[in-house]
Design a protein around this ligand. Sequence first.
Ligand code: FAD
Length: 425
Amino acid sequence: MTTKRREFLQAVGAAGAAAALPGCATMGGSSGKVVVVGGGYGGATAAKYIRMWSDGGIDVTLVEPNPEFISCPLSNLVLGGSKTLAGITVSYDNLARRHGVKIVKDMATSIDTDKRMVKLAGGGELPYDRLVLSPGIDFMFDKVPSLNNADAQAKVLHAWKAGPQTVALRNQLAAMRDGGVYVLSIPVAPYRCPPGPYERACQVAWYFKQAKPRSKVLILDGNGDVTSKGPLFKKAWAEEYKGIVEYRANHVLTDVDVATLTAKFEVQDSVKADVLNVVPPQRASAIARSAGVVTTNDRWCDVDFLTFESVKVKNVHVLGDSIQIAPGMPKSGHMANQHAKVCAAAVVALLAGQAPNPTPVLTNTCYSFITDKDVVHVCSVHQYDREKKTLVAVPGAGGVSPAMSEIEGLYAFAWATSIWADTLA
Ligand SMILES: Cc1cc2nc3c(=O)[nH]c(=O)nc-3n(C[C@H](O)[C@H](O)[C@H](O)COP(=O)(O)OP(=O)(O)OC[C@H]3O[C@@H](n4cnc5c(N)ncnc54)[C@H](O)[C@@H]3O)c2cc1C
């Protein structure tokens, strides 16, 4: 067994991932240039696996402006106070050192898909044979007009991209008086990480229970009901956080009053907060528009699920939160990692003149922290259906926790450590 093959098998095992692979782990004979835009869960994984599975034959350049990877998964624990930002930050160094990925610390500003060229904010240009876009999401601030400027966004935070806003929201919560109200506005689905807002409510409630017991968490959900793990979250709010968390459905946010921290809704009365946290509606990140791959509702990118190549633009693959999801598929880091492996295998095969695997299978597990230790999960398996030409959830192959438990807390931390290693080590 070659070292590369052994490394690959270990990596797949470590992530518990059953992403679709071609018949062999590496494919000698693949060559060419791949540019990956975005070093998050999708892009970093794709960059590493294309290098590994082509036995170093494909030249891979990863474009990412951030100096380090900061994980959204576990970032709600920073709000609760049981984790720090440093504890969810991972270096990009191993991608370059161990895998030979060329890392360019820059922002892609436009894509010329005819010339197959990526233009960078710093003035450089990168040619490609195949382009992989995993740029995540942009916020549709035009749907919350008063938030459509930098000053307002510095006061009413989203903290829906882990980083400085996560720390700033934690500071707002720490500065809030005991007896204050934290209001969390959730957009209508689809949005990044369906259970994430409800986990956030639990983490803030956990913090209030320890440090500010007279304070309240008010969830104002644009959806008609909790969109993921509903019975488990509702049980936690009724029991663990009785008298702290209140949930209200059907609250579609139309605007905010930034000066008074007031949220305004389509139908319901306005609500004033002490800390107002708005998760705005989302769409594929701007660079996807430049590449011309946004196809659904002027928001998301449709892909061929055998390769994750855009249905509209040849040689451009799109991963992660930017895509128009298949039925039952969440916008999650685990899913982005799985998209990346299917795409990496396909890119390696295509650049070697071979057909991609016709039957990919992807898995997903999303853990949610109810307290600092007690966790619940939802998991699913998604298999390619040749007739429907999409990925479908395999009946009976997934499920949810019967109840929160500390053992699942250990699994959740192990999941995070494994997927960070699988993506970046
Ligand atoms: C609070 C919270 C909790 C979550 N918890 C979980 C969880 O427990 N489990 C789970 O699986 N998922 C979770 N998620 C969801 C997960 O974070 C996302 O689904 C995942 O990050 C999507 O991966 P991605 O590659 O599409 O985007 P990202 O990981 O966001 O990566 C996009 C990258 O692209 C870069 N980029 C953007 N535009 C450009 C450009 N023009 N040029 C260069 N680079 C660019 C960005 O800097 C960024 O690094 C959570 C999300 C949140 C907000």
